[in-house]
Design a protein around this ligand. Structure first.
Ligand code: C5P
Length: 232
């Protein structure tokens, strides 16, 4: 795989029209896109994922599935037919096992969300969890590995610990990436592209630093260069 494909651009935009314009501006420089809840739930959102896949772009559907096993199994089987490559699910054992069953024998890779990064230890306690964020993430990472889940989403600051715990096989994808001196927005635990790669991330998800840049293509290419340099 080319280092440039380790950059996944988050298409956090309201509709396919604006997403299409951005994809055109990024041109051949970016080949991997993440479509999340905002775009997917809008009119034409999932068809736009199909459109990009038909153009040969790699697609990550960040739909964070979680329901009873039977529903997750059927939903993930449906998504596997769309020709996308990554799908997120919440890291509950039943959900992971069901998605694994639903996607068996397909090319769709499952990425588990261990704990949402907006949850602090206090938020998890309020929601009834016994473990704090760090322990919960490692507990669920081990369960995901045991269930044969392909990869995990993790904040760049947790990547090194997770990589040590799960080994080299699992795909680790890090959001919350900010080039040196960039605006943080609402992200609290950020890392530079180089730091995330050095910690063991395989892919970086980047939204606002690219999609809100005056020159998105130049911003994407600068991050790709930083990734390639960090990988040596
Ligand atoms: O704009 P920004 O680079 O912060 O976008 C990061 C993307 O990664 C968003 O689409 C966000 O939903 C997603 N994400 C995240 N933190 C997680 C999981 C996903 O920021 N823990």
């Amino acid at each position: 795989m080319k280092d440039a494909e380790r950059l996944i651009v988050a298409l956090d935009l309201p509709d396919p029209g604006s997403a299409r314009k951005l994809v055109e501006r990024l041109g051949a420089s970016v080949n991997f896109y993440k479509i999340g809840l905002q775009l997917a739930y809008g009119r034409g959102g999932l068809s736009f994922a199909d459109e990009l896949a038909a153009q040969g772009k790699r697609i990550f559907l960040d739909l964070k599935l979680h329901d009873i096993g039977n529903t997750v199994k059927r939903a993930s089987a449906q998504l596997a037919r769309r020709g996308v490559e990554f799908l997120t699910i919440h890291a509950y054992p039943q959900t992971m096992a069901a998605a694994k069953e639903g996607t068996a024998g397909t090319g769709l890779k499952l990425l588990a969300v261990t704990a949402l990064t907006s949850y602090s230890d206090a938020d998890l306690a309020e929601a009834g969890f016994r473990l704090g964020a760090h322990d919960l993430v490692l507990h669920r990472a081990a369960q995901a590995k045991a269930l044969g889940i392909d990869g995990l989403i993790a904040s760049a600051q947790e990547i090194a610990d997770i990589r040590r715990a799960v080994g080299s096989e699992m795909i680790l994808v890090a959001p919350g990436i900010r080039p040196e001196g960039g605006e943080r927005g609402d992200q609290k635990r950020v890392a530079t592209p180089a730091a995330a790669i050095e910690a063991g991330a395989d892919y970086l998800v980047v939204g606002r630093p690219i999609i809100e840049a005056p020159d998105p293509r130049a911003a994407a290419e600068a991050i790709q260069l930083e990734i390639a340099t960090a990988r040596g």
